[in-house]
Design a protein around this ligand. Structure first.
Ligand SMILES: [Zn+2]
Length: 287
């Protein structure tokens, strides 16, 4: 087993197993105000580099993605990094910005891996959940996460995320939302989730996959894009809130959003956290 710091990509570390095997890439801290994943991959890196764990086969590449935003504890510096993994970007993208340049540096890793995981957290989330395309649900069941969100890839407005880019180039990819931004139990959630998958892939020997029943699966059918003025309606909005048909969800740009069917509200952000034109929540059906 060899442990390498990439001389080409700042903040990237690679562990190589003795034998040929799957190429795994894990990003953490694509949003700099979501530190749990970064702590989790640092713990993993120390495990391997100190000899507490051994990688039996394949390669494991761990990346602190938005290093500048992580240092400043903010979501991003100029652009949302997790919307810039594209082959052609919008004209409004500042191509001299840190995030644009960082995305160009990281994209080759996404094109060349077999499996990709990106570790995030959400502003309001009582429990962890996995964002994954429906065709990859089975692949990530051994992770032991109980709620899966699908359908993300169907919306152009959400394009440019690392998971979607890796999927486009043939990887099996997912996004783990390990819990709340401020809840540090997200570190152990992310750490255990990665260990479960490495065990499942036969890359480490000493961890048992978490036992899990079938996850609950929610498919996004509407993205709420923030306009001004904006306010959530009803009781304090939580992630996976059940919303009965006909209930008002929010006031968005002076229009009221009312559900036409029983639905679930996913990943609601506090109004002040998102800019106009950014997504602020999602409506989903339970499958
Ligand atoms: Zn995030």
């Amino acid at each position: 087993m060899r442990v390498l710091a990439s001389p080409m990509i700042c903040g990237a570390m690679r562990i190589e197993g003795k034998y040929e095997g799957p190429r795994i890439v894990i990003f953490a801290g694509e949003h700099g105000d979501e530190p749990c994943g970064a702590y989790a991959i640092e713990k993993l890196f120390y495990d391997f580099s100190m000899g507490a764990r051994e990688l039996l086969k394949g390669t494991l590449t761990l990346v602190r993605a938005n290093e500048v935003a992580l240092a400043e504890n903010k979501r991003y510096v100029v652009h949302n990094l997790n919307r810039l993994y594209k082959d052609t970007n919008a004209e409004s993208t500042d191509m001299s910005s840190y995030e644009y340049l960082r995305a160009q540096e990281l994209k080759p890793l996404l094109r060349e891996c077999n499996y990709f995981l990106t570790l995030h957290s959400a502003p309001i989330a009582d429990e962890p959940f996995l964002v994954v395309e429906e065709r990859h649900v089975e692949a990530f069941r051994p992770m032991g996460i109980r709620k899966f969100v699908t359908g993300w890839g169907a919306f152009d407005v959400l394009g440019g995320d690392s998971e979607g880019y890796a999927n486009t180039y043939g990887a099996v990819a997912c996004t783990l939302e390990a819990g709340n931004h401020t809840d540090m139990t997200g570190i152990s959630v992310a750490y255990s989730a990665v260990l479960s998958m490495l065990t499942h892939w036969g890359m480490i020997a000493d961890e048992l996959p978490q036992s899990s029943g079938r996850p609950e699966i929610f498919r996004i059918y509407e993205v709420i894009i923030k306009r001004e003025p904006f306010s959530w309606m009803g009781s304090a909005r939580r992630n996976f809130d059940f919303i009965r048909r006909g209930e008002f969800v929010c006031m968005n740009g002076k229009e009221y959003l009312q559900t036409e069917e029983d639905a679930y509200l996913l990943m609601p952000s506090p109004a002040e956290k998102q800019r106009v034109g950014e997504e602020i929540g999602y409506l989903a059906r339970k499958l």
